[in-house]
Design a protein around this ligand. Sequence first.
Ligand code: MEV
Length: 440
Amino acid sequence: LTKWTVDDDGNLLGEISVPLKPGVVGGTLSTNPAAALGLEICGARSARELAELMAAVGLAQNFAALRALAGSGIQKGHMHLHARSLATNAGAAEYQLDEVVARLLASGDVKAWKAEEILKDLSGSEVNDDAVTATAAGKIILLGEHAVVYGRHALAIPIPNAVRAAVRPCDNTTTVSIKEWGLRAEVTAASSDGVAAAINRILDELDARDTRFAIDVSSCLPMGMGLGSSAAIAVAITRAVARSLGQDIDDERVNEIAYACEKLAHGTPSGVDNTLSCFSKAMLFQNRGSLHIQPLQLAEEIPLVVAFSRQAGPTQEQVAGVRARYELDTVRYEALFDQIDDLSLAGASALQARRYDELGRLMNVCHGLLNAIEVSTPDLENIVAIARDHGAVGAKLTGAGGGGSVVALCPGTEDAVRTALERSGYQTLRTQTAGGCANE
Ligand code: MEV
């Protein structure tokens, strides 16, 4: 988008070419006072002038980025990154990260113990008189989705602290908001779908039907992208509501309640999403009527890139589609699920021993089998191809498919894969996934 040259007089000349179509009348200006104030401050009198101003700011930012790369700024950037990684390792939730990083840098002690101290201080101040908060993990299935619904193993890792719920008892109707999704709803006795139905179930399970809550959820997981957002929301809300009621329930009970919510959302879930969300541990998961969980010890953060396709993948629909094809061709599908089971078991050993090339090959085979059961899409195939072309040793759809996300294993090539995907217009997950800290 930008071009930097030196003219005949030795002046640095920057050019930017970017399609911009802002407006200076109507639209958000009438509803968002900040937009009107911004316009007043910058003094742009026409849409064209505003577009030119925005492009000029973009050009200046581009120059600042180039300067940071070439000068001392990158050092500072490194310190910021280091602080961020210490904050994450200390267990800071997504919504706490900026605050912990800022305090860490200001303290001059950019150290693990300091990050933990700041986080403790911050978390203590969050439980005030009337609001109680709790967090829950998202999940990434590395191997085994769909087969896990048929009693086979799945290999999955958590996305720690991906969702946070804050609840306050209130006098009126129970409400829920998820700010990143632009969702706000009332929860009434008649609410029978979505997050409102899950909240009714949670209140029932906790014997709290007559208590009203204002529930605010914050999620770094996009909706319907195969990363376990619905389970994580159920877990975080269950924990926060139970705490608010002074009920001391253990993770097994939280998991049971979240599983009941998952059944409302997805029909016949295996339980892998709520279990990962609840225990936030990398694991080999199996549900053959009862849960078998084998926690895995991971020595380091796994070099993964997760990219979102352009459409959401509704789990219930995908699971139902697989079920219909399974009924038509049970013997063949059973054989495919057995193969996926083998991949999950071999993948767990490869993951723990950090044999990433082997794990990558297993993921590639698994993606082929998921394609065979018809849960891939052209967009997912495109993402997989881009990731592999740019150095991923393995790439596959993750979650239910039919849209959703791709997970790519990229030892030493994370930056190249992420850049290639983002340049092709795919957003990637920008949060810590599982690593040593998740299993500490
Ligand atoms: C969804 O995250 C994973 C599926 O295997 C469904 C399930 O396990 O319930 C597709």
